[in-house]
Design a binder for this molecule. Structure first.
Ligand SMILES: [Zn+2]
Length: 125
């Protein structure tokens, strides 16, 4: 998978500002490219878990997965994460503290198998 730099920056920035709470949302894209990160207003931020209200998200074909942060150093999915991954989407990102860059991001498919992810730089002038 690839993720546009702007989308990655948004996820990292939001994760930083919600730290030490978890934060989550949806991913929009096409094919193997994540183009946009969407914050979900109804997402509840609790103690050690995030309840991503997929039903509140704008669901259309451009939504290809989800992301959420882990306030610790571990970006492996929890049991609850795996159950959520399996319900929707083809790619799920977990961002770990300190949310510095792509090295803090782990991508998983819907079975919870780790997949590769790299930054996609759009050309700007
Ligand atoms: Zn998690």
């Amino acid at each position: 998978m690839r993720i546009k730099k702007e989308a990655l920056e948004l996820i990292l920035g939001a994760s930083r500002s919600y730290h030490p709470q978890e934060f989550g949302g949806m991913l929009r894209g096409k094919g193997d490219l994540i183009e946009e990160a969407l914050m979900i207003p109804a997402t509840r931020y609790g103690d050690g878990f995030v309840e991503t209200r997929m039903d509140m998200a704008p669901m259309d074909k451009s939504v290809i997965g989800s992301f959420h942060s882990h306030p610790g150093r571990d970006n492996r999915p929890s049991k609850a994460d795996l159950a959520a991954f399996n319900r929707k989407g083809i790619v799920h990102l977990i961002v770990r503290h300190p949310y510095k860059g792509i090295e803090d991001v782990a991508a998983y498919d819907r079975e919870g198998t780790r997949i590769g992810i790299e930054v996609y730089y759009t050309q700007t002038h």
